[in-house]
Structure formats: structure tokens, C-alpha cells
Design a protein around this ligand. Sequence first.
Ligand SMILES: Nc1ncnc2c1ncn2[C@@H]1O[C@H](COP(=O)(O)OP(=O)(O)OP(=O)(O)O)[C@@H](O)[C@H]1O
Ligand SMILES: [Mg+2]
Length: 270
Amino acid sequence: MGTHLPLPQRHDIGEMKIIAIAIQKGGSGKTTTALNLAAALRELGKRVLLLDLDPQANLTQALGVSEEIEPNIYHALRQEAFEQAASMEALLVTRHGLDLAPASIELAAVEIELVSIYGREQILKPLLHRLKAPYDFVLIDCPPSMGMLTVNALVASDLIIMPLQAEFLPLKGVRSFMLHLEKIKKLLNPGIDLLGFVLTKYDRRKTMNRNVLEKLKEEYGEEKIFSTFIRTNIALVNAQEKGVDIFTFDKNANGAKDYLQLAQEMLAKM
Ligand SMILES: Nc1ncnc2c1ncn2[C@@H]1O[C@H](COP(=O)(O)OP(=O)(O)OP(=O)(O)O)[C@@H](O)[C@H]1O
Ligand SMILES: [Mg+2]
């Protein structure tokens, strides 16, 4: 059984915004958006922490860090749940001016290991509130499921950014996500809000599903859709394979321009 830990007050982080990059559909651009939006915010002088909460550890590898790194976020979550108040400082690594809380495949076990723990949805939140460095933003890369890891991210977050692949726009997936979100909002985190949908892998030569886009606007409001679209850009893939963000790889690439514009739009929205 887990012990009940008092929730610490945030110190010196009045302005720190925690943003979950989430949608349960795989391959939507969550990891690419977490990494390159964080890098764009870095370019704009913001202090950013990236948190990899996906057992696939794609974000960890996209920053050139081994997915076998120890300790990682799994160890901090375990300690927080089963032993005593944990700190994230010991597991943070810095790459290209971005701090990263890395993940490993072990993280997959959390879903099962937390089943018997009281307050299992709220393990991550105190860890983030105890952070000592004064970050402007924490961006959380969520796994493609609505399991305990994503729920922990949503309970800890102020805002959600939801990347959607422009060609497919999975309306059903969005609706089911929003139903979960309503429950989390009601029961666990009344302060959370959807900042917006970001259309990714946009190619103007391919027809976007305009009807679905219209429905999305109708259901959630036009202001919930970022006017910056992230174009399909192979440099984003190549950068990730090299273990760097798009600005470090090629700051003139369309991917760099799009993510910089997205960061500016995001800051203007807040
Ligand atoms: N704008 C883009 N242009 C070209 N390729 C992209 C773009 N955005 C993402 N990709 C590629 O599409 C694939 C899926 O993207 P990504 O890994 O970011 O999605 P994800 O939502 O994190 O996936 P998962 O749900 O599996 O975690 C990756 O290979 C990535 O490099
Ligand atoms: Mg991912």
C-alpha cells in the first residue's frame, strides 16, 4: 500500500506552466511536437523541461539519450508511490539546452504496479511541484493510450496540446479523449484546459478532411485550433534520427519555421 504524501506547494515557480502533449491515437506527432515546440520555446529564451512519459522512450532517444538510461522517470514514480517523497533532480539530463526527464521501457510496468495504490492518479504531480529549477514550461510527451500514465500527466497539467494528423483528423478519438478529460476535470483537476489542437503532417497537395475539420471547429470552437499547421517535413524525421531538435539540425527547415510560429502563437494565447 502506498503512503499518503502531503502535496507540496510549488516554490518559486509561480509562472511555470505544465503542458501535456496528448492524444491516444498513435503517430499523431506528439513526440515530434513535444521536442520541437520545446526547442522553439528555448529559441525564444524560455526555460523548458521535457518529460518523457511514454515507455516507448521515443522522446528520450530523439534527444540522443539511451532508452536504457538509469535512473529515469520510472524510478522516481516508483519511489514516490511506494517509498517516500521523490525528487526528479537526480534523473534529469541536459541536451542542446533542454532538460529532459528520460523514460525507459520499464515505465510500461507502472500501469500494473500502481493498481493497488491509493491516489495512483496523482503520483506525478507532487514530483513536478517539487522541481527546484525555475522552468517556464514543462512539456509532457504522453503515450498513445488513456492509461494511468496519461491520466497522471493530465492530473499534473495546466494545459493540453493535442496534435492531430491533418490527413486523418480522428474525430472519434478526439471525442473519446474529451469524455475522459471531462471526468478528470470534474474529479481530479478542475483547473485543466485544452489549449488547442495542432494539425501535423500537413501537406497542401493532399486533401485535408475539411468536413472533419469543420466538425472539430463546430464542437470545440475555432479558437481551439492553432492557426499554425505543421507541414510534412522530412527534416523533422532526420533530426529525430540524429538525436537532435530541428533547430540544432537545420534552423532553416520548414519544420523549424512551423514550430517557431507555433511557439509564438502559443505564447500569445496564454
Ligand atoms: N511534420 C512532420 N513531417 C514529417 N514527418 C513527421 C512529422 N511529424 C511527425 N513525423 C513523423 O511521424 C512519425 C510519428 O510521429 P511522432 O512519433 O511524433 O508521433 P506520436 O504521436 O508521438 O507517436 P506515438 O503515439 O507512437 O508516440 C515519426 O516517425 C515522426 O518522425
Ligand atoms: Mg510519441
